[in-house]
Design a protein around this ligand. Sequence first.
Ligand code: UT7
Length: 326
Amino acid sequence: MAHARIKGTGSAVPEKVLTNFELEKMVETSDEWITTRTGIKERRIAGEGEFTSTLATRAAERALEMANCAPEELDLIVIGTVTPDFPFPATACLVQNNLGASRAAAFDISAACSGFLFGLSIVDSLIRSGAASKALVIGAETLSRITDWTDRNSCVLFGDGAGAVLLEAEEDNRGILSTHIHSDGSYWELLHQPGYGSRNPASVRVLDENLAVIKMQGNEVFKLAVRAMEDAAHQALSANNLAPSDVDLFISHQANRRIIDAIGKRLGLTEEQVFINLERYGNTSAASIPIALDEANRSGRIKEGDTVLLDSFGGGLTWASALMRW
Ligand code: UT7
């Protein structure tokens, strides 16, 4: 049976850097608090003319180039995002147009920080079934556009960026070995954007009540994230009869260094097994895993034959894991 295998990775982040020291001038916070509580030192912020679709397009172009794949060969483009250019059409359709991927069906997935792994899971199934053979899965966000820049509890965390992978059907034992996706809607209020949907459409009230921005109960999310991501990681390993020591690289959603450290400790992973880049980008939601994957790939941190475990958690609540042989 055909496997979906990653043949190319790409990422793109805005040029503008926002450091913890600059945030000190915006809200009552300190570099020391942000660094010790989150591990984040700086994040990227989209500039004028930069949107989720432009970042996604740049990341996709790099993945296509690495895979030596022409846009016209694509069957599918799937984007995980909670910050689409417009409520509709899908940002994936804008990216399809930008790339000239005329044959590709394109749609977005709303699974917050798990959007990339949910997309990977869907596309993996479509490739295994024979319905698609070349596809882009992208995680792309401009969270800065829905961040409450007066709320120190959340504004220090988020950043903008995009990451993409090019998946191809391949008849060998490498590629995606398993994916697991989960949701628990009873916790939807812990992390959400109240405004601009059908419940609170655009209005003066939505602006007055500051509803068009991210609302997060960080502490609760933290506890649930550690537990859920540990479970999802174990699920991926046991589905493949593997132990944590078999993992060459663990790439978790990059939300908070303390969350990643806690999961690493619970799984018994060494520091060398765990990839972290959140100090430079903060939490880029659906983009964090594919950006990290691209950096790990391009820097040689992942080698052919390596076992790579991906693990995510986000609003919804949603969580997911994917295990692959590179
Ligand atoms: O992407 C997936 C979903 N998101 C996450 O995974 C985020 C998960 N949550 C977190 O990463 C952490 O909960 C935060 C980083 C958001 C907060 O860290 P914490 O250790 O849970 O802090 P806390 O919310 O318990 O707040 C501790 C104190 C509070 O002050 P008091 O009430 O103890 O006086 C906060 O007001 O820290 C204060 N605080 C800050 N102080 C300086 C909160 N944010 C800041 C800040 N600067 N930026």
